[in-house]
Design a protein around this ligand. Structure first.
Ligand code: AMP
Length: 114
């Protein structure tokens, strides 16, 4: 699963993406396989492969990713609500080996997920 990291190529601008937000610590871009009217991926620039690699030294970074999600949700018109998802490894459905937060919204989202 963790063989290839296409998101590093997006961070390094080696492949294109529709960027929604960028700063020194993170990048947010629209998912190519959109699952809702708004589907943005928020990723750290630092390499963290999966959510279970997050450590105590990453507290500020993780908080920052959430603040970026709040900012984007406002900018992208998600005032009625949204969902944040982090898939972790095989059972979580993670397909790209670089930590990423999905920001989904723009329609009512069903629960539970599949
Ligand atoms: P996950 O299944 O949680 O690992 O999510 C990976 C997401 O990355 C999927 O929703 C893919 O559609 C998305 N994705 C893969 N490659 C790209 C790409 N080049 N640009 C934008 N999104 C991508």
């Amino acid at each position: 699963m963790l063989a290839d990291n296409i998101f590093l190529k997006i961070i390094n601008k080696q492949i294109p993406a529709k960027i929604a937000y960028e700063d020194d610590a993170c990048l947010a871009f629209h998912d190519v396989n959109q699952q809702a009217p708004v589907h943005v991926l928020i990723i750290p620039k630092q390499i963290i492969r999966t959510h279970d690699e997050v450590g105590t030294g990453d507290k500020e970074l993780m908080g920052h990713l959430h603040l970026v999600a709040v900012r984007l949700a406002k900018e992208l018109g998600l005032g009625d609500g949204y969902r944040l998802v982090i898939n972790c490894k095989e059972d979580g459905g993670q397909s790209v080996p670089h930590l990423h937060m999905h920001l989904l919204g723009g329609r009512p989202l069903a629960w539970p997920p599949g």
